[in-house]
Design a protein around this ligand. Sequence first.
Ligand SMILES: [Zn+2]
Ligand SMILES: [Zn+2]
Length: 150
Amino acid sequence: MLGALVMNTGKTMTDHTGSCLCGGITYRVTGSLRPVIACHCQQCRKTSGHHVAATSAPRDRITITGEVRWFQSSPLARRGFCPTCGSNLFWDGPGENLSIFAGTLDGTTGLQLAGHIFCADKGDYYEIADKALPKADGYDPNLTTTVGKP
Ligand SMILES: [Zn+2]
Ligand SMILES: [Zn+2]
């Protein structure tokens, strides 16, 4: 309900910007972002070199500038990266939201980590030390879709 209220007034919303490492790709998100979810699945590990921490927003509130290269990483999803510097920026899967890798956001985000998914697939060289946050063995739509959804 709070999200809907914020969306209707439009006044308390803050734009967020981000970019890849070389600056060839920039993006702007109008309005609020979903809290950050860490994904420990094998694809996120391979693409990021560790695990992914992603926020998201509805696609129609995101403006991307620059040439994103898309890799179809599964039948349902593709991942967007910069062909120049290789930065991983986006996960584009089912649903209305586009996932944005939180490390590519500029400046102070005001976001917080809200949970971990695909914990069963995590690397064996680290522990997930967040005692208070929800941790799902696999996909958890309550975390990825509902949390912070406007
Ligand atoms: Zn780049
Ligand atoms: Zn993942």
